[in-house]
Ligand binder design. Sequence first.
Ligand SMILES: Cc1ncc(COP(=O)(O)O)c(C=O)c1O
Length: 463
Amino acid sequence: MTYPPSPLDLDSPLVSAYCRKTAGSARLADGARNVFPSGITHDARYIEPHGIYVTHAEGAHKWDVDGNDYVDYSGGHGALLLGHNHPVVVAAVQEQLSKGTHYGANHELEIEWGELIQKMVPCAERVRLTNTGTETTMLGLRLARAFTGREKILRIKGHFHGWHDYASAGFISHFDGTPARGVPAGTNDSVLLTPVNDLAAAEEVFAAHADIAAVILEPTGSSWGQVPTTQEFIEGLRRLASQYGTMLIFDEVISGFRCAPGGAQEALGVTPDLAILGKIVSGGLTGAAVVGRKDVLDVLDFRVTTQSGDEKVFHMGTFNAAPTTAAAGIAALGLIRSTDTCRQAIGYGEKLIDALNEMFNEESVSWISYGTYGGFHVFLNPENISTSRQRIEAADHSHDTLKAPVSPALRMKLRIGVLLHGVDIQGWPGAPVTAAHNDSDLDRTVEAFRQTIRLLRQEGDLD
Ligand SMILES: Cc1ncc(COP(=O)(O)O)c(C=O)c1O
């Protein structure tokens, strides 16, 4: 396993320049290591020799404690399609803050928020509001199991559904289904894995197991489309799920409201039985939702289950539909529904991918940028295979090729190299872009990659 990476050589010119530029962050990181394991609060924020400490953000930018300005591609881990501090969202939250943050009771904003989700997301006959993507994929699996009376879950190799027990094996490790450390041995007895874009393999699994409650996947591909799915695969899974009485669950925690106002299901024209929404759904505050068929969400309904005599499915959550979150969600979704936000972000992603590929050519590296729906990825091509953006997006390559191990030092130095040049990307490397990015952000991003490539070459990390 290549994650997390080993410590970097601090004497490397790239690393030492980063340390000089971010001296205040380095000091904070030292203190943080006495508080948090690795000094961090989310594995994806693990950066060697240290990450940046941010003081404030606006639009597509953020600033660190040393006063450095960054083009931000973390975008709240994908939650901020509108960029930081959109004035409409900020005003809605501020207004609600003065009226109370938690009533421990029903309120009108939750209805408005839920109705908006219903109008936007094709499968959303009913909505249950929650807090995070992780808990909500877990809830989605529970609903599917309760509704079908079956136990098994079919997952796609490499697809991410948060960090809960049923989603831990088969994402970055444990592809043989053995339990990840800390997960009970029996957990994976009910989890099956199948390779992406291989309908024949999926059909064999369905035929061999009569008790599959749900098939869950990231509809545009794992890690925001890093390993793209084909339309044929999605349509085939829909057909198989219907044929075998299995619930098709789209994990739209990242694709929701991004591929289109109605998410990947609108963009792909395939309606799942259930969908998991997170990130954008709550306008940058903490919130998520499971949505889907009424008859399935009815397993949560007191009256329906009393009438049917079935046990009601148990579900709670202190912060479900908190009024401030509802206010942010309504404001953000309202903007996405009534403006061309999705198209703007997708258009920016397209331009960025083209510009990066042009520059990679000029710099004679075999890296390839690709991505759909405003996600951009950089295939670091460790084996120097001959391919193209078009072939990658057409799913010509397997999960193992596109996620082939890359030198951890190279991956980390790329990340801090672009930080050194004023750009914050995600570690895979890539990111979901926002509607707030503009042409000057694009120019800075391309230049940051260019300068980093040159430094990596000078340091012998790149041919
Ligand atoms: C597809 C997908 N599912 C689930 C999750 C987990 O969501 P959360 O981090 O809110 O628990 C994520 C988070 O990045 C995600 O991208």
